[in-house]
Write a protein that binds this ligand. Structure first.
Ligand code: ZN
Length: 271
């Protein structure tokens, strides 16, 4: 009888602690993340970082990202082509109405087939992927998809979600991030975490589909044929056979289903 009741009280205490931890996590989530309206996607979303923090974080993490993929590609021609296409997308689409300062970087890694976006507008494409893309339209497809991740603030949303699940300790790390003091140890920890997350390709399936949709929209707005996005999917699907999948394919979405959704987006935005 005594044993039984003490067993019950241990369980009650454990449940009590669990509830407190959960409450703390939920409360800190609401205190340290913010609900913001995204004027380009039209969504209200919960994000961990302000736009200014996203830009600062992206600039701070940029050198590590470059280092990870062999540094900048020495080919001026390739870099200039990426710049020209990226700048046209930004200048002629709704992406240009955002506060982000987009920069496009061709990285000197011919073995890796990949492209990434850091929060705030730093966008990267490897030489390995660049070589597989035949036309300006296909390059535009990749860049527009990555611009979509930035505009939809996927990293900032994921950090907000991670706070909820990781609880107070993790939430504190971002809460103490100070853009005035970017070299703080919290900042460094955050950057390392960001780069490793980007490298291990952490976007979810819904994020990929939203970036496909935004990518198609930005292509239409900047007068690139959005059908090239379908070609990009085929190229990346082919390239990911037997290798570590590129960022685009990180969540193994059914390629046919994804192409159907791209076709629907093309019809939606081409009206
Ligand atoms: Zn993506």
């Amino acid at each position: 009888m005594a044993e039984n009741s003490s067993g019950r009280s241990t369980l009650t205490r454990r449940l009590g602690i669990a509830v407190v931890v959960l409450l703390v996590a939920v409360v800190s989530y609401y205190l340290t993340t913010r609900e913001e309206h995204n004027p380009i996607t039209g969504e209200d979303q919960r994000v961990a970082l302000s736009v200014e923090q996203e830009i600062a974080l992206g600039l701070q993490a940029r050198p590590e990202m470059m280092q990870e993929y062999g540094g900048l590609d020495p080919s001026q021609e390739g870099q200039q082509r990426i710049d020209r296409i990226g700048e046209r997308i930004v200048a002629q689409s709704a992406a240009g109405q955002s506060p982000y300062k987009f920069e496009f970087h061709l990285l000197d890694d011919a073995e890796t087939v990949n492209a990434f976006a850091l929060p705030g507008g730093q966008i990267f494409m490897t030489e390995g992927l660049y070589k597989l893309l035949d036309t300006d339209e296909e390059i535009a497809g990749v860049l527009a998809h990555e611009v979509g991740h930035v505009i939809a603030r996927h990293s900032s949303e994921q950090m907000a979600r991670a706070k909820l699940t990781e609880g107070l300790a993790k939430a504190g790390q971002i809460a103490v991030y100070d853009p005035e003091n970017p070299q703080s140890s919290e900042m460094k920890a955050k950057m390392a975490q960001l780069v490793s997350a980007m490298v291990s390709m952490k976007y979810g399936r819904d994020d990929e589909l939203e970036s496909d949709d935004l990518g198609v929209r930005f292509m239409v707005e900047s007068n690139y044929d959005p059908h090239a996005m379908i070609e990009v999917m085929k190229v990346l699907d082919q390239a990911s056979q037997g290798n570590r999948p590129p960022e685009f394919m990180s969540t193994h979405p059914d390629p046919d289903n994804r192409i159907e959704k791209i076709k629907a987006a093309i019809a939606k935005y081409s009206r």
